[in-house]
Ligand binder design. Structure first.
Ligand SMILES: Nc1ncnc2c1ncn2[C@@H]1O[C@H](COP(=O)(O)OP(=O)(O)OP(=O)(O)O)[C@@H](O)[C@H]1O
Ligand SMILES: [Mg+2]
Length: 244
């Protein structure tokens, strides 16, 4: 895994380095090639296993956002034993994103395939082409008729199949293939189970954010948050039946 050392500008601490070494020994990823994005919580890299492109999302141990993270972890029974230590919260966050992605994928949501989680590192499938991630919805041109039904169906599967609220569902966390206009939802760290004390507020905010964006692009459509929610519920009945 010498390639790790080649990445200029990124110094991994000993634990992150060990985790990468372990992932490499387990033949999950064998190179970390170039940074795709650097956010407040994580740095995302393009890597490879042989010729297969993969993504490594490496959470920063010293993130300034960990206070904010607490809000989305407290109240989640999967992490009820978690203490107050900053580093433990970051590790739990990585584990939460892995678990949420697994739930979403198992329920038919279009999202990256989670492949492994080791300490603060999440390995997942790459959503892009020719080593370039697909653009975010906010930077893409698309047809309402093609994308709107996908947004509704993905949210219905997430909410009623996986029983998750994304909690950051927006034009920033949806990637779109410009050729086919197929969407993929990403960034599941903050997603909460539907029985989380704040799940309803997060759901409201998700729906408000995505409809606000769609309205700005397609003002003639007269879309409202309640229409979007109704469409999600109709889709739920279509997929899971009336009694669910
Ligand atoms: N599986 C993936 N395939 C391709 N690109 C990805 C993938 N996951 C993340 N990315 C790229 O990395 C960017 C950041 O990913 P993500 O939103 O998960 O991280 P983040 O830490 O929340 O970053 P930010 O704070 O910028 O939102 C995405 O906009 C996308 O360009
Ligand atoms: Mg994001």
């Amino acid at each position: 895994m010498d390639d790790i050392k080649k990445i200029e500008g990124y110094v991994f601490d000993a634990q992150t380095h060990d985790a990468l070494f372990k992932l490499s020994n387990s033949s999950i990823i064998d190179s970390i090639d170039s940074p795709i994005s650097s956010g407040k919580e994580a740095v995302t890299f393009l890597g490879h296993l042989g010729t297969v492109p993969l993504v490594a999302k490496i959470y920063k141990k010293e993130t300034s956002k960990f206070k904010n993270m607490e809000k989305y972890i407290k109240g989640d029974f999967r992490f009820k034993k978690l203490g107050k230590d900053k580093r433990d919260i970051v590790l739990a966050w990585a584990s939460k994103e892995y678990k949420n992605l697994t739930l979403a994928l198992n329920n038919g949501v279009c999202c990256p395939v989670p492949l492994a989680r080791e300490k603060n590192i999440l390995i997942m499938s790459f959503i892009g082409r020719d080593s370039k991630s697909f653009p975010m919805l906010k930077d893409a041109e698309f047809d309402f008729e093609v994308v709107y039904p996908q947004l509704v169906e993905n949210y219905a599967k997430l909410l009623y199949g996986a029983k998750l609220v994304h909690a950051d569902f927006s034009q920033y966390n949806i990637l779109i293939d410009p050729q086919t206009q197929k969407i993929n939802v990403i960034d599941f760290g903050q997603a909460v189970l539907h029985n989380h004390p704040k799940a309803k507020d997060f759901l409201k905010r998700d729906i408000l954010n995505i409809t606000r964006f769609l309205k700005s692009r397609f003002p003639e459509r007269k879309l409202t948050p309640s229409l979007f929610l109704e469409d999600i519920k109709s889709k739920k009945e279509e997929i899971y039946g009336r009694d669910n």
